[in-house]
Design a protein around this ligand. Sequence first.
Ligand SMILES: *[C@@H]1O[C@H](CO)[C@@H](O)[C@H](O)[C@H]1NC(C)=O
Length: 194
Amino acid sequence: MTLKFCLFFCLSFVLVNSLQSAENVNNEKRILMDDNNYYTLLAKLDALEKKVATLETQNAHSHDSVAFSAELTTTITGSGHHIYFDNVKLNLGNAYNPHHGTFVPPINGTYLFSLTLCSNGGHAVVLQLNANNDILGRMLAGDDSYSECSSKVLIAHLHAGDDVYVQQYGSHDYLYAVAGYGYPLFTGVLIHAD
Ligand SMILES: *[C@@H]1O[C@H](CO)[C@@H](O)[C@H](O)[C@H]1NC(C)=O
């Protein structure tokens, strides 16, 4: 009788104890999971806030148009010259600087440029469009007898702060300015901000 009672009592005790400790473990797990979820949520919130701030900055910039158009008014001979298109017709966003002949993208994005160049009869000229140390493209004009112009359109993905400029290339070096016709001409426009 005593033994039976003890068996029942002891077993019950062990059972209840083990049930309780299982529950404790579960509770601890739940708290741990909650903490994890909490920190995950905090991290997600943080990332979202940063993303929103970046988007707000980009959005503020995207309202600004960036476009320029500038003509060259004097003929340039010699070689290697950086060409300063001096007669600025349009300069939205003020990204083209006629004193340095340089266009500096204010924002990362895809830009389109056009360049029209002319040479006088019996001469030729080659110009190249540079972005920092990269050559975006070269173009050529020249004829045995007549003044001749040619143009090219270039599209480039650029970063804010790059230096974009036109330079004479090679030994063909007679860049003819045709007063009153607006030749040569250099234009650029931001077509898509990143
Ligand atoms: C612009 O591009 C540069 C170079 O890839 C990068 O470091 C910078 O974070 C970019 N800026 C934005 C606003 O995306």
